[in-house]
Design a protein around this ligand. Structure first.
Ligand SMILES: [Fe+2]
Length: 209
């Protein structure tokens, strides 16, 4: 069984996650924050990978702690020049480090095994070309695609509102009792369910064209 540890970083209202199998200790780190190390118990965890839901630099600030130790993975849609340049410059500003190498090996349908569970990658472009969500039964790590009562912005280079609309439709096809774990908390809203979000998201799909 997977447990979800949510870590809030007030400066960016960022939400990072540690997803861990309670039997094997295997875990994934999602969008690591700058103090991610204080949330890791090295002797009780086997970190399989760091996953970036997308490459905006607020979601990659803790990547460098894992460089050369575990794979750092993202979708190839964010490997383009604009995303790399933006990531590189802003990461240098925020973390004063050159960002570590990322494996752009995640795509729609990629499965990531953790213990007995397979986590599925859902490609949800729109906020950025390579934005992904991570799904396993009952849970969706939604990155900056969907927040509680809001959706990801599309006015950043690489963003596209109509593409985001199609991604939201994909998310709406998941079971209503799916818990939503977003990439940011706005107005102190940290998680929700698709059942709670569906009327807002359906309204967005209807209006966004
Ligand atoms: Fe973002």
């Amino acid at each position: 069984m997977l447990t979800v540890k949510q870590i809030a970083t007030p400066s960016f209202a960022l939400l990072s996650y540690v997803i861990q199998d309670s039997d094997t200790g295997e875990c994934l780190i999602i969008d690591p924050c700058t103090d991610i190390r204080s949330h890791i118990r090295p002797y009780a965890m086997e970190i399989k990978a760091v996953i970036n839901t997308h490459l905006h630099p607020d979601h990659t600030m803790g990547n460098h702690f894992f460089a050369g130790k575990v794979p750092i993975r993202a979708h190839r849609g964010d490997s383009g020049f604009i995303m790399r340049a933006m990531h590189s410059v802003l990461s240098s500003v925020y973390t004063t480090r050159i960002p570590p190498k990322i494996s752009f090996d995640l795509e729609e349908g990629t499965t990531i095994p953790i213990g007995d569970t397979s986590i599925e990658v859902i490609h949800t472009p729109g906020h950025s070309p390579g934005s992904i969500c991570l799904y396993w039964p009952g849970n969706l790590i939604s990155g900056d695609t969907v927040f509680v009562g809001n959706i990801g912005r599309t006015d950043i280079p690489g963003g596209n509102a109509l593409t985001l609309r199609e991604s939201i439709k994909k998310i709406l096809a998941l079971p209503p009792d799916t818990k939503v774990w977003p990439g940011h908390y706005y107005m102190d809203k940290y998680s929700s369910t698709l059942a709670q979000e569906s009327s807002f998201l359906n309204w967005v799909v209807e209006k966004m064209y």
